[in-house]
Design a protein around this ligand. Structure first.
Ligand code: PEP
Ligand code: MG
Length: 572
């Protein structure tokens, strides 16, 4: 019998497509039976629990040694925090008391107590605690796995070529995941800011997240077609799906082959119009990869991920070292470091962003850093120090008013003075806002006079312009950078920037996707910043098209009625 074809919608997290057998990552804690124990066995059961605790700690220590990345690595810091959970005396006492009082076997009690703790954390107003729930579940699974004598089905041993399906990928597991082995990744929970999403994006693994409970119905072994660009998953794809995927794969193979045969210099259209192609990176380690693929510098270094995993707010030295590592990878090309963009779905456990009804409309990006000037100053000083003698640019997220930009400029000047006063060399730094709020678009003429460059963030610009939550799978079909309203906002930004003669770049996902990048080029963008694995491809695409044609096409799209008409024009 042919399996029923089911289409599921999630959030498009990392572009690309794949078809493969599903491999479900099973958290054994979900399958623990409730088993009573005799009163005389209680002491032995408590001993068993303590042994499992020791074994789990040993397992984490060994994993840390194997990773041997040192204390500053985010993966290592997560594991260190898991050790602390396993050493939590209060939690241990609660479990021991429950085994005595309820007389259920240890795996069941451990699961229940940890579950309750995770649920409780999730209800707290403070994001500080809420973000710890995933860690609690992670440690729970490790401990229950020890008690039952079977580890969680290991993420390191996923059969080659399979589509990895999981409720969520625990932070500690990302380090063990071997992206080259998996065809695609799909998760029930998770957002665009999850660790695993970031890894998938920089390594070119197609990914869809936030699919919801419907994903539970997909068994291991079932064939699945994943489209990480649209966020769609087809379980049991039919012949037409297979054919569409085959066409996509053939086209990709042709592009791949063609790409490997070419020497690609700086980004340039066929008629010689220069458009710099830079890389988006999320971790300092990705800079080397970006340089290797020929990126003309970094167009966006999202520094928040470096902070999100940290056990403590990284001090000036630590930050300066990380920024210097990125700058070292690029001798001549500019490196754009974005100041902390916390809030929305990105939270640093230790920074205590209060829970908000509408976090995307809340204390996010520059609003947060201006509320915490000491934190902002530390970051600015670290960049000024690391950037001495280099080409460094500072990008400010979520600028919604001139005043926020002026305040940042003043803090930067202050940071520079402090660095010079301390006897260090200081960088001359270009400062620019992200254009991602409609208010920034409308004020772009005035902003341009105060800025050294602009970077358009299409991910948020689409979200705020069209009023579509970028992490909500149910309205994913409404999220489109091809909407003429978005194109008009970009055109307006470029027009406003022109009299000030500042470069305007684009660093959202639109910059690396085919219709999007052609439109951006046609509208007159100066720089495209894309995931490292898309750098060569983006340059190659530009080298095949004429700027004149793109401008004509973009002009027609600005007059189009809706996104379907835009797509038709681009396809033509
Ligand atoms: C954007 O909004 O387009 C962007 C590049 O920033 P982020 O995705 O980190 O919000
Ligand atoms: Mg953004």
């Amino acid at each position: 019998m042919t399996p029923k074809r089911i289409v599921l919608q999630g959030v498009a997290a990392a572009p690309g497509q794949a078809i493969g057998p599903a491999h479900r990552l099973v958290a054994h804690a979900l399958e623990v039976p409730r088993r009573s124990i005799a009163p005389r066995k209680v002491a032995a059961e408590i001993r068993r629990f303590r042994q499992a605790l020791s074994a789990a700690r040993r397992e984490i220590r060994e994993l840390r040694q194997r990773l041997a990345t040192g204390g500053e690595d985010p993966g290592d810091q997560i594991l260190a925090s898991h050790l602390m959970i396993l050493q939590d005396r209060e939690l241990q006492r609660e479990i021991v008391e429950a085994i005595k009082a309820e007389r259920f076997h240890a795996p069941y009690v451990v699961r229940r107590v940890f579950q309750a703790k995770a649920h409780y954390l999730e209800t707290l107003p403070s994001e500080l605690f809420r973000s710890r729930a995933a860690d609690i579940r992670d440690v729970r699974d490790r401990l229950v796995g020890q008690l039952l004598g079977r580890g969680r089905s290991s993420i390191a041993h996923v059969p080659e070529g399979s589509v990895l399906i999981a409720s969520e990928i625990a932070p500690s597991e990302v380090a063990s995941l071997r992206p080259e082995r998996i065809a695609a990744l799909v998760t029930q929970r998770g957002t665009l800011a999850s660790h695993v999403t970031i890894m998938a994006r920089s390594r070119g693994v197609p990914a869809v997240v936030g699919v919801g409970d419907a994903l539970e119905s997909v068994p291991s072994g079932e064939e699945v077609w994943v489209d990480g660009s649209s966020g769609q998953i087809v379980v049991g794809p039919n012949r037409a799906d297979q054919r569409r995927h085959r066409h996509w794969r053939e086209r990709e193979a042709r592009i791949g082959q063609w790409l490997t045969q070419r020497e690609l210099g700086p980004g340039r259209t066929r008629d010689g119009h220069a458009i710099a192609v830079r890389a988006n990176i999320d971790r300092p380690e990705d800079a080397a990869l970006a340089a290797e693929v020929g990126a003309e510098g970094v167009g966006l270094f999202r520094t928040e991920f470096f902070f999100m995993d940290a056990a403590a707010f990284p001090d000036e030295e630590t930050q300066a070292a990380a920024y210097a590592a990125v700058l070292d990878a690029f001798a001549d090309a500019p490196v754009t470091i974005r100041t902390l963009d916390l809030g929305g779905d990105k939270h640093a456990a230790l920074m205590g962003i209060p829970s908000e009804e509408n976090p995307y409309l809340g204390l996010r990006g520059v609003r947060f850093t201006l509320e915490h000037p000491e934190l902002y100053r530390t970051q600015l000083r670290a960049i000024v120090r690391a950037g001495a003698g280099r080409r460094v640019r500072i990008l400010v997220p979520m600028i919604g008013s001139l005043d926020q930009f002026h305040q940042t400029r003043a803090l930067l000047a202050e940071a520079r003075e402090q660095i010079v006063a301390a006897g260090h060399a200081a960088a001359e730094i270009a400062l620019g806002p992200m254009i991602e709020l409609p208010s920034a678009v409308l004020m772009a003429d005035r902003l341009a006079q105060a800025s050294d460059f602009f970077s358009i963030g299409s991910n948020d610009l689409v979200q705020y312009l069209l009023g579509v939550d970028r992490n909500n799978a149910r309205i994913a079909s409404l999220f489109s950078p091809l909407d003429p309203a978005v194109l008009r906002a970009i055109a307006l930004t470029l027009r406003h920037a022109r009299p000030s003669a500042i470069p305007v770049g684009s660093c959202g996902e639109m910059s690396g996707e085919l219709p999007g990048l052609l439109l951006l080029a046609g509208l007159g963008i100066d720089e495209l910043s894309v995931a490292p694995f898309l750098v060569r491809r983006t340059k190659a695409i530009l080298s095949q098209v004429r700027q004149r044609d793109l401008e004509r096409m973009a002009g027609r799209c600005l007059e189009a009625e809706d996104r379907r008409a835009v797509r038709r024009i681009v396809v033509e």
